[in-house]
Design a protein. Structure first.
Length: 178
């Protein structure tokens, strides 16, 4: 028995809706906020990088845990990584609905590196949503063989997305106007 119909529907809806909502928000006019709230919002890029870095560490440790037979630790770390990724998404959307995108300010070869990393990060962050949800739900449902198959695809992509989220932040942080 696999994931039930309601869970499959949830995965499909979330897998489509989340990237669409994030994409649409870039075309909406920004929400005006108070100067106090603006000061808080300016901390979000570094908070987001910290969340991504922490999720990366959870995923790396989760891999170690399952390879060493520590199933409960593996489950806890994957749950933490999933929660961190959801918090990241909320924080990312909060920042971008109130703050214009920051253009990359460097020239030369680093500019090309930045855009390659950014493009692959964005594309894989779209793909990762249904992969993570499916893999996680298979694990929760004790569908171990199917969970392992999905995890072989999901884990390296999720690792890449969380790692490159930090890299994108480090590359663009000198360009922030604040």
């Amino acid at each position: 028995m696999g994931i039930d119909r309601n869970m499959k529907t949830f995965v499909w809806v979330a897998g489509i809706a989340i990237p669409v909502v994030v994409a649409v928000m870039f075309f909406l006019p920004g929400i005006e906020v108070s100067p106090e709230m603006e000061a808080v919002l300016h901390t979000l890029p570094s908070v987001n990088a910290t969340i991504n870095g922490t999720a990366f560490l959870c995923l790396a440790t989760s891999f170690w845990a399952i390879k060493n037979g520590k199933v409960q630790l593996h489950q806890n770390l994957n749950t933490a990584a999933l929660v961190l990724s959801a918090l990241f998404l909320l924080s990312y959307v909060s920042y971008h609905i109130t703050t214009p995108s920051t253009p990359f300010c460097k020239e030369g070869w680093i500019r090309g590196v930045y855009f390659v990393v950014l493009l692959t990060h964005i594309l894989l962050s779209i793909v990762i949503v249904p992969l993570v949800l499916t893999t996680y739900l298979l694990g929760l449902g004790n569908q171990i063989q199917r969970h392992r198959k999905w995890a072989r695809i999901t884990w390296p992509i999720w690792m890449y997305v969380t790692f490159t989220g930090v890299v994108v932040y480090l590359l663009i942080s000198p360009c922030y106007p604040f």
